[in-house]
Design a protein around this ligand. Sequence first.
Ligand SMILES: Cc1cc2nc3c(=O)[nH]c(=O)nc-3n(C[C@H](O)[C@H](O)[C@H](O)COP(=O)(O)O)c2cc1C
Length: 354
Amino acid sequence: MTSLIRIQGAATAPANPQAMSGRAETTGKVGRDLLERAVALALRAPSVHNTQPWRWRVRRTEVELHADPTRHLVDTDPGRRDLLISCGAALHHLRVAVAGLGAAVDVEYLPDPENEQHLATVRLVDGRPDPSAAALFGQLERRHSDRRPYSAQAVPAGRLAALVSRAARHGVLALPVIDPTVLHRVNEVLRSAAREQRRVPGCLAELLLWTHRYANAHDGVPRGAVPTRTGLWDQPHLQRFPAGTLAPCRGSGTSGGTDGGTLLLLATPRDDAAARLAAGEALSAVLLAATRAGLATAPLSQAVELPSTRTRLCAALRMPDEPQILIRIGVPLPGAAPLAPTPRRPLASVLLRP
Ligand SMILES: Cc1cc2nc3c(=O)[nH]c(=O)nc-3n(C[C@H](O)[C@H](O)[C@H](O)COP(=O)(O)O)c2cc1C
């Protein structure tokens, strides 16, 4: 799909006090500096196993987003779904950063049919920044995947509805999995996905590679981002990574406190590269908006990675749309300590020559 989407018409003040409002100011070196700052912020996007499978080419008034095939988890993610969702999340982070810095952009998706790695070109345009993206600017460095237990308090219905409409703006269905029977079935698929992946040597190798990085690595999932083994360890969302060093919060853990977290499924009408990029953008929008609302979040992709478990997930959900990713969302426990940021590669490592 090649479409041109104009993101304009702002009503709120941009996050940058020296905000730019027109082409004249966002051309040349000024535009390039702004785009480099925005890309640096976009690097905070979530990605599967924190692989950060993206590269960027920054020019004077535009930036290209490319997938990095050397960071593709070929056995865990044979269809490139996670890779494209990760890049879509980075693209949305970029939009939020550009809007927060006070500029407006057009996004051209999949602009080169001869090059499947070229995912988008983002161009500075005249106009005011997108207010709904700018409103999320402050969350780019606050959002983290939180795999700890959540409070027993359910996510308020109004908050959930707001997240559903955030996803809808990207043409993505966000479906809260509330019905206990369906939830039970989805949890069973998550468990069996973890079991099946353990039997695929390539998945195990990729898991080990990305959870046992060398000291001071700029990527991968650090042990400090995964909870220690507790009485709640059999929870489906904890089946992915080996136990880590993240302390369980007060009021949870071994005593088996109830977790009121909700699963939100992101699904699209089609299942092609454009749909997966859109799912990534919706993922980013939901995660940042949830963070803004004081909620804890963590993406969950195991159930959609292997074709066999994805088919079972479709059957469990009994819906016509294409499942892309699940998100666990909840109210943090009162004693929850702030999470440490996970590492990111430096800007220079992810820039392509202009
Ligand atoms: C496409 C995608 C799939 C992911 N799948 C999982 C998952 O199955 N389980 C999990 O705990 N985290 C998952 N994550 C979260 C990443 O591990 C996390 O984003 C990464 O380690 C960086 O940490 P941060 O989100 O705290 O910045 C996923 C993220 C993305 C974008």
